[in-house]
Design a protein around this ligand. Structure first.
Ligand code: 4AD
Ligand code: MG
Length: 478
């Protein structure tokens, strides 16, 4: 068996011993022809491999370069050096894969995140991305654990659909029709009857509608999968392909929905604080360094772990959209014309407004409810005032909207009327409307943008740095 190795995360915790162990990993640095700093991705810990001078031949030593992969066997000894408890005194060393130091793009120095994005295939070998992707994994695992503890069913919704779940028209088409001789109807439109599915299809923007169907029989479900938006937003918070967690619950009103969403976000933070502590400490340090580069006035005085603890341990602020507008109009930022976008009842909150509410006014996450129906999706429950819907968004410091959800319109007549007003094709969505025809119940759900959550917990400022291979406008490398 080849893989009889000890992971470095465990090796550095072991006591010096009498039995030899084997480790494998990638060389981070090699000093004085004697000391290898070896990392294997199990944590950011590096095991020092000590090569006795004269014991290994020059040809082998030359191949120990940054990026090379090696297998080392030897005894763990107490380390006389600083910064590590034990080190491995190698009795055998094998090069698994060489790495030409002239060509290997990762040098043992600090690289910019922008540069690392261009070599995203190699950035897993850095401390920052090691920490980020272990954290991301932890948050995914915690998501399943949270819903498992509450008896929710994990539902796999389709990636290819024929509907626009959000009604915003931001879809990537899925087709096998040829581009040069596209079949046409008599009126000159593309003839999708000849397409693979016999109709026009797209990549899903949300699993919600199918989630609702399942909740109307299974009770409480959640989806966790990729979603796609062809919106041309080149920001630090938007991806064309992102992962979303969408729970959908029968017999939940808006308040139940908010309670669940808040509990979920706080649970994820608690989980990371407990289970990804070392990586969070690394990211905390990293962020502190980054803050030092900023001007005094723009610095964040709260550290990452401090921020996470404060968010996880206190209730989120809950306000209505109308209250939010009042607060914004009363603010000195508004009076001094510091907002780029105007504030008036009916606007969609811009990220500068969301951040003002969260970071300046309340200094904690805020749940905003009761948005104007004009700026929200067709499926949201209409409120008595005739103007607003039972929507709720959670806004987080540094991120803005992290969760979007609502109580759903369960009354068939109201739902149909709204769909007609918004030009949503009713006939095509007969299956969705059937849930309101047969045994309809009050129900609710929300979507948590997974990358935005990873961004929040990791403190990374750009969403491209929390997903392995980001898809953004004009970029689909790797
Ligand atoms: O607010 P959104 O568009 O809501 C929905 O899709 C609903 N169907 C959810 C539901 O009720 N089941 O998206 C939900 C969340 C946002 O709050 C945001 O965190 C994230 O998804 N999100 C994005 N994340 C990255 N890149 C994008 N382009 C995103 N668009 C939305
Ligand atoms: Mg939204």
């Amino acid at each position: 068996m080849f893989n009889k190795r000890v992971k470095i995360r465990d090796a550095v915790q072991m006591a010096a011993g009498r039995e030899e162990i084997t480790v494998m990993g990638w060389v981070r640095t090699f000093r004085n022809n004697q000391f290898i700093a070896l990392n294997d991705g199990s944590s950011n810990d590096q095991l020092q491999i000590v090569l006795e001078l004269g014991k290994f031949d020059d040809g082998l030593l030359k191949k120990i370069t940054t990026g090379a992969s090696v297998k080392a066997t030897g005894l763990l000894l107490e380390s006389p050096g600083k910064g590590q408890k034990v080190e491995l005194k190698a009795s055998a060393l094998e090069i698994l894969g060489e790495s030409d130091p002239e060509k290997f793009p990762l040098q043992p120095k600090k690289h910019s995140l922008e540069f690392l994005r261009e070599i995203a295939h190699l950035r897993f070998r850095t401390n920052t991305f090691g920490a980020v992707f272990r954290l991301r994994h932890g948050l995914a695992f915690a998501t399943h654990q949270f819903f498992q503890e509450r008896g929710f069913i994990y539902l796999h919704t389709p990636v290819i659909t024929a509907t626009d779940a959000e009604g915003a028209g931001e879809m990537f088409k899925v087709t096998t029709l040829p581009f040069d001789s596209t079949p046409r109807t008599e009126s000159g439109d593309v003839n999708f009857r000849e397409d693979f599915f016999g109709r026009a299809t797209n990549l899903t923007v949300s699993g919600q509608l199918e989630g609702e169907l399942a909740a109307m029989g299974l009770g409480e479900i959640y989806t966790f999968g990729p979603t796609f938006r062809a919106e041309n937003s080149n920001t630090a918070r938007h991806l064309a392909e992102f992962w979303m967690i969408e729970p959908e619950m029968a017999f939940y009103d808006l308040e139940d929905n908010m309670d669940l969403a808040e509990a979920f976000v706080r649970y994820l933070i608690h989980y990371s604080l407990k289970n990804n502590r070392a990586d969070l400490e690394f990211l905390d340090q990293r962020l502190a360094e980054e803050e030092k580069q900023k001007l005094q006035a723009e610095r964040n005085d709260q550290g990452l772990i401090e921020k996470l603890e404060s968010v996880a341990n206190q209730n989120f602020q809950r306000i209505s959209y109308t209250e939010a507008i009042d607060i914004l109009r009363d603010s000195s930022s508004y009076k001094k014309k510091k907002f780029k976008y105007d504030v008036a009842w009916g606007i969609d909150l811009q990220s500068e407004h969301e951040r003002y509410l969260v970071e300046k006014h309340f200094k904690k996450p805020v749940i905003v409810t009761g948005y104007p129906k004009e700026i929200k999706a067709f499926y949201m429950r209409q409120q008595e005032d005739g103007k607003t819907v039972a929507a709720m968004d959670i806004l987080a410091p540094g991120i803005g909207e992290i969760v979007g959800g609502s109580q759903r319109e369960e009354r068939l007549d109201k739902l149909e009327a709204r769909m007609r007003e918004m030009d949503i094709p009713l006939e095509q969505m007969w299956w969705y409307l059937d849930t309101r025809r047969f045994g309809t119940v009050p129900h609710s759900g929300f979507g948590l943008g997974f990358e935005r959550m990873v961004q929040f917990v990791s403190g990374m400022s750009n969403i491209r740095d929390v997903i392995p291979f980001p898809r953004t406008p004009k970029n689909a490398e790797f």
